[in-house]
Ligand binder design. Structure first.
Ligand code: ZN
Length: 252
């Protein structure tokens, strides 16, 4: 058995048997991990209060040979996520952020970009950055880091620069291409949407917020990212469906 430790962000916590919990966490140095926190359901557990989804922690664990599950030995809270969990919209957004990492982060494979993206997005949200802006920035960046949705600079179809061309979503939603490469159901995007997808490469959330895009632009970013993500995963993220259904229910 080998002892490891890293900064991490907790993604998911589920009960196991009467006393234990299974924790999935994104580490800075070892990718995604799943482990058992023994006794975490007991009243006076040493893990009490620390195992909340999206908490930033310093975690120590034991790797066991021939087991995918590690044993979590200690967890120290570094940043509480509770500011995000005060209302339903914040809780839904939190599960959406975590869901992306459960899907896109690899086990045992460090990805500093993904870790820093989740970490900095949570930081900005806890400092009250606009939630819709943060969600659009985050979902577009996850797809970009995964190599699925590059910045719209060149058309992947013909290799020409997109700067002075109309940009739109390719027929099956696999990415952004010029009109000539678009096929029958090519859907043009507003220039502001393309601009946002370029700006996220140079500006962090706080800077984006100083000249925040209009709601209609953020809506288009959301729908484009959702289509690219669906085309890649061949299904929808569960948390995204829950958000859409819950918010639609509230508005009725
Ligand atoms: Zn093209």
């Amino acid at each position: 058995m080998q002892l490891q430790s890293s900064d991490a962000i907790i993604l998911d916590v589920v009960d196991l048997h009467d006393y234990d919990r299974i924790v999935t966490f994104l580490t800075r140095t070892h990718g995604k991990k799943r482990g058992v926190a023994r006794g975490a359901r007991r009243k006076y557990s040493r893990f009490a209060g620390q195992l909340q989804p999206l908490a930033k922690v310093h975690v120590t664990w034991l790797e066991k040979e021939q087991s995918e599950l590690v044993r979590v030995s200690s967890v120290e809270l570094e940043r509480s996520p509770s500011g995000l969990h005060n209302d339903l919209e914040g809780i839904l957004l939190g599960s959406y952020l975590a869901d992306h990492m459960l899907e896109f982060a690899q086990e045992n494979e460090a990805n500093d970009h993904l870790f820093r993206l989740l970490d900095s997005t949570l930081d900005a949200l806890l400092a009250d950055v606009d939630r819709a802006l943060a969600a659009r920035y985050y979902e577009a960046w996850v797809l970009r880091i995964a190599g699925v949705f590059p910045a719209p600079r060149e058309c992947p179809g013909c290799g020409r620069g997109l700067e002075k061309r109309e940009v739109g979503l390719a027929e099956r939603g696999e990415g952004l291409v010029c009109r000539d490469c678009g096929g029958g159901s090519w859907r043009p995007l507003a220039p502001e949407t393309v601009e946002f997808l370029l700006r996220i490469g140079n500006e962090n959330l706080m800077r984006l917020q100083r000249r925040s895009p209009k709601a209609v632009t953020l809506d288009e970013v959301e729908s484009v990212c959702a289509q690219v993500r669906r085309s890649f995963l061949q299904r929808e993220l569960k948390s995204y469906r829950v958000i859409r259904e819950t918010l639609a229910g509230i508005q009725e």
